[in-house]
Ligand binder design. Structure first.
Ligand SMILES: [Ca+2]
Length: 426
């Protein structure tokens, strides 16, 4: 019996359910920040960043991998680190350090060979951490090498509003440490409620930074942010953090780059609370898990080239069902996977497995549900709307996944503070 097959921690699940319905008050609007920590504090800048020249943009191929997708194998979890405080995001540096966000505002560097841990960033003085708020996301810059070591983080500030910032390493001793004094704020977004802050950051194969934002919260999207591409809420943004423009550039291929029908940053919209998205390293396709409202959790697969500007449906639809009675499905991209609340209550998106050690798992999109702890799989070449396969009952509260340089997958347990690698069961 795996040590993971322990009784569910019902207090943790109940707390998360409470979070999912939590709310506070006021309006939300995007505010691109200034370029230094000092001018950000008072920044009300409204100037849009100019459209940037595109960086070379490899076109992801949208064809499924030719390798046949096997039957899902028996899996188990292997502990790689323990004792973290509410781990909520996993990222990996190009030299192999696992960076774990603790919700309250620290990043812990984990040596995956030895399990040794050290503090890689501490901004607890700037973060409001608890419930759906906190140091929610981190993406390592794809150029991480030599003395250009940078990462981007997404956090709830002390007022509960969203901040997207860049930090640098300034002392090149290992383990890596990002210098809290190097913060460059790129974006601030007012949050009308405490819940649905999104949080995911990931660099696409195009080199641009994708930023997930929820609908702003409460329940049912009372401000209609999901269906409004003019607001950054309820969207996945795409920005060029390497552009000459400050604080960032708008990639030329962004669907609303001219600002006429939507915000220039918005790349996809119609989202409720995208809790983790990732790019399939083999196909370049973008996999998005979107937390449901009342009854269904969903997974979406989009082509970041062909589907730019796609409307993923919320709040007209919850997964493949109407949320607003008699809803029109015209122009909406429906999920490729969904499950009802008898199998969970809050989806946690993962990765398409492209590792080398688990026969049969290659080509499966692996994800979970925070409340049920079920590890799910969807074939990455699935068409239509599918019910995922259950791969494992983990017994833990899965808050995030990470993908190693070798394609092996890791997950974080918010409840116990453990980090695990997914392995084949013997
Ligand atoms: Ca949807």
């Amino acid at each position: 019996m795996s040590p993971m097959m322990q009784p569910r921690r019902t207090i943790t699940a109940a707390a998360m359910v409470a979070l999912l319905t939590a709310c506070t008050g006021s309006s939300g609007s995007p505010t691109p920040a200034g370029s230094s920590p000092t001018d950000v504090a008072t920044s009300t800048a409204t100037a849009r960043p100019a459209t940037s020249s595109p960086t070379p943009q490899p076109t992801p191929t949208s064809e499924p991998t030719p390798e046949p997708i096997g039957e899902p194998p028996a899996l188990t979890l292997t502990s790689v680190a323990a004792g973290l405080n509410a781990p909520i995001n996993l990222a990996i540096t190009a030299d192999g350090w696992l960076l774990v966000n603790e919700r309250a505002g620290r990043v812990i560097a984990v040596n995956l060979d030895t399990g040794e841990m050290s503090v890689a960033l501490d901004i607890t003085d700037r973060v409001l951490g608890g419930g759906e708020q906190g140091l929610l996301g981190l993406a390592v810059h794809p150029g991480w090498a030599g003395e250009d070591l940078r990462a981007f983080v997404h956090y709830s500030d002390r007022n509960g509003d969203t901040v997207l910032s860049e930090f640098h390493v300034t002392d090149f001793a290992l383990p890596p440490r990002l210098d809290p004094g190097t913060e460059r704020v790129l974006l601030r977004v007012d949050q009308p409620y405490a819940n649905h802050n999104g949080g995911q950051l990931a660099f696409g194969p195009d080199g641009y930074l994708y930023v997930g934002l929820g609908d702003g919260g409460d329940a049912g999207d009372p401000h209609g942010n999901g269906q409004n591409p003019a607001t950054l809420l309820g969207s996945i943004l795409r920005i060029d953090v390497d552009a000459a423009e400050e604080p960032y550039g708008i990639p030329e291929g962004n669907p609303f780059a001219n600002g006429e029908r939507g915000a220039p940053e918005v790349f996809l919209y119609g989202l409720r609370n995208p809790w983790r998205f990732s790019f399939d390293r083999e196909t370049g396709l973008l996999w998005i898990a979107d937390v449901g409202q009342n009854a269904y959790e969903e997974v979406n697969r989009v082509d970041p080239v062909a589907d730019a500007g796609a409307n993923l449906g919320w709040n007209r639809m919850e997964a493949s069902r109407c949320y607003l009675a008699g809803c029109s499905q015209e122009g909406l991209v429906l999920p490729v996977g969904e499950y009802a609340h008898d199998a969970g209550c809050s989806v946690t998106g993962g990765h398409v497995y492209r590792g080398g050690t688990i026969d049969g798992l290659r080509g499966w999109y692996v994800f979970s549900d925070y409340c049920s702890g079920l590890l799910f799989g969807l074939r990455s070449d699935a068409t239509g709307v599918n019910t995922p396969s259950v791969l494992l009952e983990t017994g833990v509260s899965v808050s995030a996944f990470g993908e190693g340089l070798d394609g092996e997958l890791y997950l974080a347990d918010l409840g116990s503070g453990g980090i695990y690698r997914i392995d084949a069961a013997d």
